[in-house]
Design a protein around this ligand. Structure first.
Ligand code: PNS
Length: 180
């Protein structure tokens, strides 16, 4: 009887794991900004599990290593129970397939993001059937990008209202190290 009951519970658990709605928030996150965190928090409310995947973007050189970027994301999302942080170098849809992820979540800041994001969403849908869901960035973050933050930090600008505290500190340290 006990055995049967246990079997029943584990089958139930298995079913709920299989039915989990999983999404990925992909990006370079070099470094994570308050704009990213806004999208991550809102996505975490919509899905059972959200994987933040730090992807290697071949077209960009980076300020932080993948490991450093993952650590910053892990620390700044510690209050969200359904977030997992991972990294991937390759096609995003391959990552989705091997991790049983049905949706990609992207933030849209302005129309300037739209053409490129639409193209990627369509290619990814055609290649794999994985859906892309766009979330409107909060107006207060619509100008914000990691590139802008790095540029400002490089010239000693104040980015404390754009990134979490630990990222601000990491930026200052990296700029001081680079010495230019
Ligand atoms: O933060 P970014 O740099 O704008 O993120 C872009 C990223 C890394 C999400 C995008 O370049 C990507 O998905 N790269 C993985 C490779 C891939 O699947 N490319 C899409 C084929 S059209």
């Amino acid at each position: 009887m006990v055995f049967l009951r246990l079997k029943w519970i584990s089958a139930d658990l298995l079913a709920s794991v299989c039915l989990m709605k999983r999404a990925v928030c992909p990006g370079s996150f070099d470094p994570v900004t308050l704009g990213h965190l806004d999208i991550i928090e809102r996505a975490s409310a919509q899905f059972d599990e959200v994987v933040i995947a730090v992807l290697v973007n071949r077209t960009k050189s980076s300020m932080f290593t993948v490991q450093e970027r993952m650590e910053m994301i892990t620390k700044t999302t510690a209050h969200l129970p359904n977030i997992r942080v991972d990294s991937w170098s390759g096609l995003l849809v391959e990552y989705c397939k091997s991790n049983d992820i049905q949706s990609i979540v992207k933030g849209l800041r302005a129309v300037t993001d739209f053409d490129y994001e639409l193209q990627m969403a369509q290619v990814n849908l055609q290649a794999s059937g994985v859906e892309t869901m766009f979330m409107a960035t909060a107006p207060s973050h619509s100008f914000l990008s990691s590139s802008l933050v790095k540029e400002l930090a490089h010239y000693g600008g104040d980015v404390s209202s754009m990134v979490p505290k630990i990222v601000n500190e990491a930026l200052k340290a990296r700029v001081a190290e680079s010495g230019n």
